[in-house]
Write a protein that binds this ligand. Sequence first.
Ligand code: PMV
Length: 308
Amino acid sequence: MMPVTASAPGKIILFGEHAVVYGQPALAVPLHGLTAKAQVEPTPAGSGLVIEALDINTRLLLANADHPLVVAAQLTLDTLGVDEPDALLTLHSTSPIASGLGSGAAVSAALARALSEYLGQPLATEELSALVYEIEKLHHGTPSGIDNTVICYGKPVYFVRGRKPDIFHTDEPFHLLIGDTGRPGSTKQTVGAVRVGWQQDPAAYQALFEQVGSLVQKARTAIENGQVAKLGPLMIENQRLLQRMGVSSPELNTLICAAVEAGAPGAKLSGGGGGGNMIALVNPDDVGTISRALYDAGAANVIHTTVS
Ligand code: PMV
């Protein structure tokens, strides 16, 4: 058998995180600069499947059945209805873990994609996304499905839970800076905290979710019509609603304020919150100034990306 390599991008949620768990739409885009890569190569008969995750210095066999990477491999084999091959599956990701950039889902997607191609039965995008969704459930209980969708399709998506993803188009490219607080955020924890809030005061939370949903619609229209200037105020409004849900953090707030003070037309947390990453909309000429402001305010890392 021939060695096979496959990859999957990271992702960033532009608008609508958390409310998307409750049926509201959200917008997310792939991050092709942050990819997970998987390679599968044949090994001598009897060696079984060995998984080597280079970034976490981990070597696994299918017997390590509880490990999420093994679950991903086993689920791929079960979906295809094939036995364990004799092969070495090597994984490498350029995306930081637990920061809201989708590194976990990207690694699962690259793994399943490479393994299914190696076995001569490449999974269709929809099947791949469903498989990665199963693995996402192990990590954070009640995921909406947005991460696996944007990562497996590799395109900007307007996502509504339970519906076929809608690919959206950008009329005019726009620039974002992604600032890492350096503090991992636990999506499971923040999703759980929002659930508790919603159970205690369903009407108030429902109103917040609906306000998020309505600004997601406005953001989509603005992006599709090339009205990038409209996005800044929508990001600020989305951040205000996320703060009211209680999922921002002092570090996120500091970076968001620093970006806005340095001239970003809009900024918000992205993903689960509680830590992890924020995003700032930037004019191309201000990338350097706002990057520096983010580092000065304590960002552990800043990435510049273009959404097109
Ligand atoms: O933390 P991330 O980037 O995996 O994003 C989570 C997004 C939430 O809306 C908070 C949860 C979900 O499952 O959609």
